[in-house]
Design a protein around this ligand. Structure first.
Ligand code: ZN
Ligand code: ZN
Length: 222
């Protein structure tokens, strides 16, 4: 247990009136600071199971140290419901559509959307990225993680754990980009390029010390 308690939570009982004042004072400071800080939101598009998303939220909170909130869910945009299948939907289009509905233009918060749809291959200046598992729009504070295909492969009995770990790693990766981070050369780091076999096989979700520091710096700035 953390004996310091949550921010704004004052000591209780014992001294009475004096402490009540201290308590209010602490709420005030905590509140001002909290108002400036970023929040992370995880929003399911359509039907996604709740339990892994709750785990994901806990993981994001643990890694970035900022509040992470789940939901409310959003329906897939009408125009994209029948689309997709194996070849996938246009991830950028989907992200732009849902994010412009959901996101307040001046908010500094980060939203990670979760979809079960596969994402279409994307043409990049450096070549084609085959069916990406996640994308983000850094200038808009929105990221998208696809759960499609994450349960297949050689995960075996550990599929659920791997699914959660991979989903979490992808979400951490996109939050990292949304905070201005680039890819990292450390294979165990969540900022390692996600299309690599090492990224897919890893069961841990962590940032290297360098990326962790950088995130903390970015979060201090905002
Ligand atoms: Zn990336
Ligand atoms: Zn790193």
């Amino acid at each position: 247990m953390d004996s310091r308690g949550a921010p704004g939570e004052g000591p209780t009982g014992e001294i009475g009136g004096g402490l009540f004042f201290v308590h209010l004072f602490r709420i005030h400071l905590g509140g001002r600071k909290a108002g400036k800080r970023k929040m992370i939101r995880v929003v399911a598009l359509g039907e996604v199971e709740d339990a892994p998303l709750q785990k994901l939220c806990a993981r994001l909170y643990q890694i970035f140290g900022v509040g992470c909130e789940l939901g409310p869910d959003m329906p897939l945009p009408m125009s994209m419901r029948g689309q997709g299948g194996k070849s996938g939907v246009d991830g950028i289009e989907l992200l732009e559509k849902v994010h412009s509905t959901r996101h307040l233009p001046r908010s500094k918060d980060i939203t990670i959307y979760i979809t079960t749809k596969a994402l279409k291959s994307v043409k990049l200046p450096t070549g084609v990225q085959e069916q990406p598992q996640s994308i983000s729009l850094p200038e808009k504070g929105g990221g998208l993680v696809s759960l499609s295909g994450l349960t297949s492969g050689k995960a075996g009995g550990n599929a659920a754990a791997l699914l959660t770990a991979r989903t979490s790693r992808l979400a951490v990766h996109e939050v990292g980009h949304l905070l201005g981070l680039r890819h990292c050369v450390e294979a165990k780091c969540a900022m390692y390029p996600p299309w690599t076999p090492a990224f897919a096989a890893s069961e841990t979700v962590q940032l290297c010390a360098f990326c962790q520091d950088k995130c903390e710096q970015k979060l201090e700035e905002t």
